[in-house]
Design a protein around this ligand. Structure first.
Ligand SMILES: [Zn+2]
Length: 70
């Protein structure tokens, strides 16, 4: 994983403070090796997991309520 500056072609393992370029201070930085689509897939997976978790809890409480009402 390396930080790439699009303004001054800086390349390094460390980014500046707040994601700015340590060489020119530009925020036009990209992370080489960490593809943005991969991150989107990760966030989609976590959102799906949260939805699945909520669904399972709802199912659990529905079954619990059914048992208590019997
Ligand atoms: Zn730069």
């Amino acid at each position: 994983m390396a930080y790439l500056c699009r303004d001054c072609s800086y390349r390094g393992k460390k980014g500046g403070s707040g994601g700015a370029c340590p060489a020119c201070g530009s925020f036009n930085m990209t992370l080489a090796g960490a593809a943005p689509p991969e991150r989107q897939v990760d966030s989609g997976n976590s959102a799906r997991r949260i939805r699945l978790l909520i669904g399972l809890w709802v199912l659990f409480f529905a079954l619990l309520a059914q048992k208590l009402l019997e």
